[in-house]
Design a protein around this ligand. Structure first.
Ligand SMILES: NC(=O)c1ccc[n+]([C@@H]2O[C@H](COP(=O)([O-])OP(=O)(O)OC[C@H]3O[C@@H](n4cnc5c(N)ncnc54)[C@H](O)[C@@H]3O)[C@@H](O)[C@H]2O)c1
Length: 281
């Protein structure tokens, strides 16, 4: 068996991590032959909750999990890691201005970027999930100058999965039969889900999405706004933000980045969106 990979999840006591840790632990991301050591980072007040998460992970009895490190210490969390799922972030509270949210997150991602720079492997792959994800990824990369910029990405895979599934449901085909959907812009309501190059396998043929859907108005209007507003719709319904789907998207993102994409389902935009930030800066 291969040497275990050291996989860090920040915000490990939170709701996304609750689904994410299980999926990573059972081999959905790195495969069934790859053992892992899970490193769980959260803030000191959450250590009690984290203990409960560790109890549950142990009770899952996952054969690939060779060790679990549970900490609030940055050096312990970031030392020798191969992959970082950066999920923990300061949430926007009622009455909080956008600039206050940014200020709080700059502090977190500056410290964590510095810790990556000092303690992580130089080829570590970093996925930032915590919002504002694109800005946080940019800050993190800035403070980790010894790690190549292309090793940082922000998660827009959830938006991509949402777009892909909307088209698939509209046509009554499996999600895997829709590919090349692109998300332009940041993970926010200003993003643009683009199906100009999307393909659909339908009736034994590969068709362009517009040709398959046969409703340009739906693709140009309702489809776009549904994807843009999906996060808000989930909060309105669940009274909590997307967690299961966000964890699945984080797994999809790292799995495709780590292993390469399959022949059908060419998914490059999550990585592309962060590269756009670097071009601008
Ligand atoms: N990019 C996306 O598509 C996407 C989708 C859904 C949610 N999100 C974002 O993901 C983040 C996490 O969501 P959640 O639902 O799991 O939130 P949550 O509040 O349930 O969990 C967040 C966890 O992060 C921890 N945390 C806060 N500051 C930390 C720090 N400095 N170091 C380590 N841990 C820290 C908290 O203690 C908490 O346990 C949020 O910012 C959310 O907006 C992004």
């Amino acid at each position: 068996m291969a040497e275990p990979l050291k996989v860090l999840v920040t915000g490990a006591a939170g709701q996304i991590a609750y689904s994410l840790l299980f999926s990573v632990g059972k081999g959905d991301v790195f495969g069934q032959d790859q053992p892992i050591i899970l490193v769980l980072l959260d803030i000191p007040p959450m250590m009690g909750v984290l203990e409960g998460v560790v109890m549950e992970l142990n009770d899952c009895s996952l054969p690939l999990v060779k060790g679990i490190i549970c900490t609030h210490d940055l050096e312990e969390a970031f030392t020798g890691i191969d992959v970082a799922f950066m999920v923990g972030a300061m949430p926007r509270r009622e009455g909080m201005e956008r600039k206050d949210l940014l200020k709080a997150n700059v502090k977190i991602f500056k410290q964590q970027g510095e810790a990556l720079d000092k303690f992580a492997k130089k080829d570590v792959k970093v996925l930032v999930v915590g919002n504002p994800a694109n800005t946080n990824a940019c800050i993190c990369a800035k403070y980790a100058p010894s790690i190549p910029k292309e090793n940082f990405s922000a998660m827009t895979r959830l938006d991509q999965n949402r777009a892909q599934s909307l088209v698939a449901n509209r046509l009554g085909v499996p999600n895997s039969d829709v590919w090349n959907v692109i998300i332009w812009g940041n993970h926010s309501s200003t993003q643009f889900p683009d199906v100009q190059h999307a393909k659909v396998k339908i009736g034994g043929e590969d068709k362009n999405a517009f040709e398959a859907v046969k409703d340009d108005s739906w693709l140009k209007n309702e489809f776009v706004s549904t994807v843009q507003k999906r996060g808000a719709a989930i909060i309105a319904a669940r009274k909590l933000s997307s967690a299961m789907s966000a964890a699945k998207a984080a797994c999809d993102h790292i799995r495709d980045w780590w292993n390469g994409t399959q022949e059908v389902g060419f998914n490059f935009q999550s990585i592309f969106s962060i590269n756009l930030i670097f071009l601008k800066n």
